[in-house]
Design a protein around this ligand. Structure first.
Ligand code: M6R
Length: 617
């Protein structure tokens, strides 16, 4: 939610900031702006709409009188104030000496705004951020120390924020601050970066420094310094980023989403790689929980949002079946407000691709206050949620740029299967040969995923055929139900139409009245083998909607010779154990959303009103 980049060093800071914004645009695209400093002071360019508008503006201007020595940039997902040029960041202090960009929400901004207005400060925007720009300007005017001014600013603010600021009379210096929002530093020879994520600077350096909560960071070509809010020097945590620049490119695909769909076989293989040793012992990445603590778990809560929540719902079926521990799955945004019953024997599993989703982070913190154990599943090393967890499993999916998650869902489910097996093993509730059998099935999944990914053409034709409809329903039973929810979410966010997922058995209790002649209904059909009762029930539910005029699209297992005669179109996926099937059946629905939205001419990677990483509550 908003991307920020700062650069100081010998190269053209303006171009580097612009390049960083291009890589961060997936975090928000309501407006973009840059402030660059040089011998003549600060130049600011900002424009509503996507980054191309800012690029055109820069093209048309003389890009500042001199080559800038430092620059800060921002790409916005609007919270306070409509997307407009005035509300675009950077914002500048009343005296014009300070410019600042911000990611997050300043919760006490209206009180601070009234205070400032009463002292004669004039505001040019509706944003909460402008309050910080004016306050920082006033603090800076006291002693000309930008780092100390930032510290004093942060002490006055409530909420979540990452700031980057530059001052006209210190053209090589950038000061940043971090509370509850992401910020990482990039370090190269005589040049330094600050950004929301490493994608912004990965083409320049893979050496990064993780910043902690409530820290102030100052960069200049001379070096990097970190302080806490009391002014004491602190150490950052250095690490090397292990993916290359190509990870942030489309690699010949039309969209990042198509690239990421095609990466799924490798991504899932990477999630599973090295987790299971030759003795069948399943290992997690970072575990600060003892064997005994795992054995003591008597309840599991999974908390997550959006697609990650759907991966959590899939996990519930596997976790309860394999571990026999009761498991509840909750939307993170609801969790802490209903006073859940937790204690030290409760395991809270937080699933978050970005590791920064504010709703999930706040739910984790609430669970921690109740003494629950926290295990997180994340794709982002060193992000806030893993840092605040007792154990972590990284999904190793590689950067996901498209706003609509694809490989996140599959890899999260795969990682959760590993966690469930780990718990089952620790508690001794599964025989080792049972664990080994599931592990073998899991290891076979990447090849099966590959074969579904390779079958995109059949969906392409199908999607174009049904794209005239303004409503699409998805139905499923058992693990097919969360997949139905995920399919509907994908279609909603990309195609902007009414799409809804239902438990197939629930349709007759109300939603079936939505069906009109020709309404497309996508049915996730369970395997006919083993759980044939479920399969039979699903066929009945399909007949119920068919009888009311629905156009039925079935996602069925290869070898299912019953389903096709009940559906208008059938897409087959390879056979897999029921609990693992979601990481196959979700893929046709990803394609469906891409093709459907593509036929409508929508932006696939950056759907309207959304942002990749949601760092506000
Ligand atoms: O980074 P997270 O996994 O915490 O993100 C949670 C949701 O915002 C995310 O899954 C969102 O629903 C997807 N972009 C939808 O495709």
């Amino acid at each position: 939610m908003c991307g920020i980049i700062g650069y100081t060093g010998p190269k053209d800071a303006l171009s580097i900031a612009l390049e960083g914004l291009r890589r961060l645009e997936y975090r928000g695209y309501d407006s973009a702006g840059i402030a660059a400093t040089g011998p003549t002071g600060i130049d600011v360019w900002k424009k509503s709409g996507k980054l191309v508008n800012l690029e055109a503006e820069l093209e048309a201007s003389d890009r500042g009188a001199a080559t800038p020595t430092a620059a800060i940039g921002h790409t916005r997902w609007a919270t306070h104030g409509v997307p407009s040029d005035d509300n675009a960041h950077p914002h500048t202090s009343q005296d014009g000496r300070i410019s600042l960009v911000h990611n997050g929400i300043i919760e006490n901004f209206s009180q601070l705004r009234s205070e400032l207005t009463n002292t004669g400060v004039e505001f040019n925007s509706q944003t909460d951020t402008e309050v910080a720009a004016h306050l920082l300007g006033l603090e800076y005017a006291k002693d000309g120390d930008l780092t100390a001014a930032m510290r004093r600013l942060c002490q006055r603010l409530e909420g979540a924020f990452t700031f980057l600021a530059v001052a006209a009379d210190q053209p090589e210096v950038i000061v940043g601050a971090r509370r509850n929002s992401p910020l990482v530093a990039g370090v190269a020879d005589g040049e330094y970066f600050l950004a929301s994520d490493v994608a912004a600077f990965i083409s320049h350096t893979s050496e990064a420094v993780e910043l902690g909560q409530d820290q102030i960071v100052t960069i200049s070509p001379e070096g990097i310094a970190l302080h806490d809010l009391d002014g004491a020097a602190v150490d950052g945590k250095p690490y090397s980023v292990d993916w290359d620049i190509n990870a942030a490119e489309k690699d010949g695909y039309d969209t990042f989403m198509m690239k990421e769909i095609h990466q799924q076989p490798t991504a899932v293989a990477d999630t599973l790689r090295g987790r299971i040793d030759q003795h069948g012992h399943i290992a997690l990445d970072e575990v600060r929980l003892s064997e005994q603590e795992f054995r003591d778990i008597n309840k599991v809560f999974i908390i997550a949002c959006g697609t990650s929540y759907h991966a959590g719902l899939v996990t519930k079926y596997a976790l309860e079946h394999w571990t026999r521990i009761p498991c509840e799955v909750e939307l993170a945004s609801e969790f802490r407000y209903r006073d859940p019953v937790l204690d030290r024997s409760t395991l809270v599993v937080a699933i978050s691709q970005s590791g920064e989703t504010m709703d999930t982070l706040m739910a984790v913190r609430h669970a921690r206050t109740q003494n629950a154990r926290i295990l997180s599943i994340s794709n982002t090393v060193g992000s806030s949620i893993p840092r605040e967890s007792d154990a972590v499993v990284y999904t190793r999916a590689g950067i996901e740029v498209a706003v609509a998650s694809t490989k996140a869902f599959l890899t999260q489910a795969a990682a959760c299967y590993v966690v469930a097996l780990h718990i089952a093993q620790r508690r001794g509730v599964m025989y080792s040969d049972e664990v080994a059998a599931v592990v073998e099935s899991l290891k076979a999944m990447p090849d099966k995923i590959e074969s579904v990914v390779g079958n995109g053409e059949s969906i392409r034709n199908l999607a174009q055929h049904i794209a005239a409809h303004q409503r699409v329903l998805f139905i499923g039973r058992h693990v097919g139900y969360p997949v139905a929810l995920e399919g509907a979410l994908k279609l909603k966010e990309l195609a902007y139409i009414h799409a809804e997922g239902f438990a197939a058995g629930e349709l007759k209790h109300g939603p079936i009245s939505l069906i009109e002649s020709g309404t497309p209904v996508v049915a996730l059909v369970p395997s006919p083998a083993g759980r044939s009762v479920l399969h039979d029930k699903m066929i009945s539910n399909m007949q119920e909607v068919k009888a009311r005029g629905a156009q039925l699209i079935a996602i069925a297992e290869e070898g299912d010779d019953v389903t096709a005669s009940h559906a208008d179109h059938t897409v087959y996926v390879p056979q897999a154990p029921t609990l693992l099937a979601p990481i196959l059946t979700a893929i046709p629905l990803q394609y469906l959303a891409v093709e459907y939205a593509g036929a409508l001419g929508h932006d696939i990677d950056q759907p309207r009103n959304l942002a990749k990483s949601v760092t506000v509550e």
